[in-house]
Design a protein around this ligand. Structure first.
Ligand SMILES: [Zn+2]
Length: 761
């Protein structure tokens, strides 16, 4: 290959990678003057700004303000709104009173309705909920406005549901699907969600059956920037993921499409989920889904979206969404094997391929896979050892996480060039046999175990064609080989970035391995590069550069604030008090209370209030006793009927509180209900750590507990009552956090926690 074409192919490869990211979502432009019937990102942003002024989780004052804002905006569109409220406890024993917002646009026909869904509560306690899910609410409000400005009546009814208490236990969705008369009318749900503050929005299907019909209809609706693939769909189906749509699917057997973004994952559920940090392109992307889908599904038949057939699908630049039925998986795999064997035999016959050489080609393949696998696997452990403060980022995705991804991807590529340079004597056709063999093995495995990933065969086909070209031509056109490498670049580049972002840097190994596997598919081009060592050297230099850059951005700053936590825990049984934290590396702010006298908790750790990551307190220190009023606990019923004892307790807060958590000793509970919500037998027998219920309290509401236990059992209840007001409580004088420290998400925080046990012998 000529020097010129080496440089141009390399540049074109980089351009193709860039394009795979760039073309997946729209680029925001100021559009506040866009005509009425067009979705304007600026107009949507105005809603986000209003919604995300203050934390508005259930029980927080701004919760009511945000609800009123959404109601008034829907009414300004000429819609009649209604409110649905009530208690539910969901599958996780998280009791909450949800207050859903509803509206309905009447259609001309009597078929199934389209439901637009998002949630308005933010995650307690400090999230501003700009992305999660202010962006979703704003997308729906602006999309509806544009839709209604056309003044044409849809065929189908359109229901707008903005749920509440999604963050606590999907309570609003639970309430709607199981109790609202409109639920049975719904044929399809479009749900807008966020798990970060930027990046492309992924379309994820939620169905009890096959995705075939939904993919067909989604493709017909023709959104401009579809980002979806059946691999993520397969993985999503295997994980215990929960969104509001899960409730629609499980309890209502209703089909749905999620639109959710996950990049800048470190902002998720934090005080930095704010207006400024919501990526404008991402919001434009949400709008680019909603408008064509709303227009299409408003008039299409929503009665037959269920299907038994599954489709393989993936998005690529220019072709948008490519899909084909599951039935093609095995024929496509079989044909690829056949094609490979024919090429192999003909290559050997023509003496273009040499058996010894192609067998030696397995060596570099395995060496790079091993090195990059090991480096990827231990990278996060290593980084946490060098930077122990990363342990306090519970998302597992650090602020400089993108730099780490770039560093390790480039490192993997450099290793590939370096190792393959040692085997430069092997000619390109021989070198390609091992990778094609490995990729065919992978395709065979996914055809059995992870069928959604079967589109992996598509880039393999393109490279088989390359293989044919290099067998038959002495000097193939590098640009033809480049075109044949495009499917690999376009399909895998986004995946390489997505795994460690969405699942945390602990999944870096997915990025390094996938980079290696993609490199193999580029061997038709790279095989002709004579000076691979030079590229390896540049790669290692860049790796060092990225690591140095990551190092200089590893400190916590105002922009990249350190998560911290502080709680005051009063044990009413022993009349002792503690400061407690979930931090591994104590911040200066926290160390004012948990400093040199800190100790690792013994007893508290096993029964601390539950948190999403089940992380117990890391450190505690002694605290002064404060006068915290304990809730009023009244036993209203205590009788024995037959072999059972029935108990009824009412627990009423005597101060402003946000959360009540009740644990029991290990006895059998025959029946239990809280505020008239029966807890399922399944839940009662599978309780974790003895947790009975978490009640997210609004308006200092009481908790009424009814329990049926065996007559001879002795019951012990441990009660935790928490308020998130440590910083504003008049009993304390805790200073505000400095700018470079934020409350830690996913754990109980800034809380005044009192605990007490009650025994019934
Ligand atoms: Zn959410």
């Amino acid at each position: 290959m000529k020097r010129f074409s080496k440089i141009t192919t390399l540049l074109l490869i980089l351009l193709a990678v860039y394009w795979s990211f760039k073309s997946s979502m729209p680029t925001y432009k100021i559009d506040n003057k866009a005509s009425e019937n067009i979705f304007s990102t600026d107009r949507a942003l105005a809603h986000v700004e209003k919604i995300s002024k203050k934390p508005h989780g259930v029980g927080f004052p701004a919760h009511t303000e945000v609800r009123s804002y959404i109601v008034s905006e829907l009414e300004a569109l000429g819609l009649e709104t209604s409110i649905q409220d009530g208690y539910t406890a969901g599958d996780w024993g998280n009791l909450s009173k949800a207050i859903n917002i509803l509206a309905r646009i009447k259609g001309t026909e009597d078929g199934k309705a389209l439901l637009l869904l998002s949630h308005y509560d933010s995650s307690p306690h400090s999230s501003l909920g700009a992305s999660d899910a202010g962006s979703g609410v704003a997308t729906i409000l602006e999309g509806l406005r544009a839709f209604l400005s056309e003044k044409k009546q849809p065929k189908n009814d359109i229901i707008i549901l903005i749920t509440d208490a999604e963050e606590l236990g999907l309570n609003g969705a639970d309430l709607f699907v199981n109790n609202h008369p409109w639920a049975k009318d719904v044929g399809l749900v479009l749900n807008f969600e966020a798990r970060g503050s930027g990046g492309p929005s992924y379309m994820l299907i939620e169905t009890n059956r096959g995705n075939g019909k939904l993919i067909e209809e989604f493709t017909k609706a023709n959104p401009k920037y579809p980002v979806a693939n059946s691999l993520v769909y397969s993985i999503y189906k295997m994980l215990p993921n929960d969104t509001d749509l899960t409730v629609f699917r499980e309890d209502g057997d209703i089909e749905g499409l999620n639109f959710a973004f996950i990049d800048d994952h470190y902002d998720y559920h934090t005080a930095r989920d704010n207006f400024e940090r919501l990526d404008r392109n991402t919001l434009a992307h949400q709008g680019s889904y909603l408008m064509p889908l709303l227009n299409y599904f408003a008039d299409s038949d929503l009665n037959n979206l269920k299907s038994l057939n599954d489709s393989i699908y993936f998005n690529v630049p220019y072709f948008k969404l490519v899909s084909y039925p599951f039935e093609w998986i095995w024929p496509m795999f079989g044909l690829a094997i056949l094609f490979f064997i024919i090429l192999l035999v003909s290559g050997l016959k023509k003496k273009i391929l040499q058996f010894n050489e192609l067998a030696t080609g397995f060596l570099p393949l395995l060496i790079v896979l091993l090195i990059n696998g090991i480096v990827g696997f231990y990278s996060w452990t290593f980084l946490r050892w060098v930077y122990p403060e990363y342990k306090d980022i519970l998302h597992g995705f650090t602020y400089n996480g993108h730099t780490y991804i770039a560093a390790f991807v480039i490192f993997s590529v450099a290793i590939c060039f370096w190792v393959y340079n040692k085997f430069k004597k092997i000619r390109t056709p021989d070198l390609m046999v091992a990778p094609l063999f490995l990729w065919l093995v992978i395709c065979g495995l996914v055809s059995v175990y992870l069928q959604g990933a079967s589109f992996f065969i598509v880039p393999v086909y393109a490279v088989l064609v390359s293989f044919m070209v290099v067998i038959n031509q002495k000097e193939p056109s590098p640009y033809l080989l480049l075109i044949l490498a495009l499917p690999a670049l376009w399909i895998y580049a986004p995946f390489i970035k997505m795994f460690p972002i969405g699942l945390g840097l602990k999944m870096m190994v997915a990025a390094t391995l996938l980079t290696t596997l993609t490199f193999y598919l580029l061997l038709p081009i790279f095989g002709f590069y004579k000076n691979k060592n030079r590229l390896a050297f540049i790669g290692f230099i860049l790796f060092v550069g990225f690591m140095v850059s990551a190092h200089f951005n590893s400190d916590f700053t105002k922009e990249n604030a350190k998560p911290s936590s502080l709680l005051y825990v009063l044990d009413a049984d022993n009349n002792t008090a503690l400061w407690a934290t979930y931090e591994h590396e104590i911040s200066d702010w926290t160390s004012q209370y948990i400093g040199s006298d800190k100790k690792i908790p013994e007893k508290l750790a096993d029964k601390t209030i539950s948190s999403k990551y089940a992380s117990g307190f890391t450190y505690v220190s002694e605290a002064p006793i404060k006068e915290i009023v304990f809730p009023l606990i009244e036993t209203t019923i205590d009788t024995v009927i037959g072999n059972e004892r029935q108990l009824e307790l009412c627990i009423t807060p005597q101060r402003d509180v946000n959360r009540l958590e009740i644990f029991t000793n290990g006895i059998q509970l025959n029946e239990a209900s809280v505020n008239n919500i029966e807890l399922s037998e399944h839940y009662l027998t599978n309780r974790k750590n003895g947790k009975l219920i978490t009640h997210y309290i609004s308006n200092n509401d009481y908790t009424e507990l009814r329990l049926t236990i065996p007559k001879e059992a002795s019951l012990k209840l441990t009660i935790y009552e928490a308020s998130n007001d440590l910083l504003s409580n008049s009993q304390f004088t805790i200073p505000e956090r400095p700018d470079d420290i934020i409350p830690m998400p996913f754990v109980l925080n800034d809380a005044v926690l009192v605990t007490k046990t009650i025994s019934f012998d």
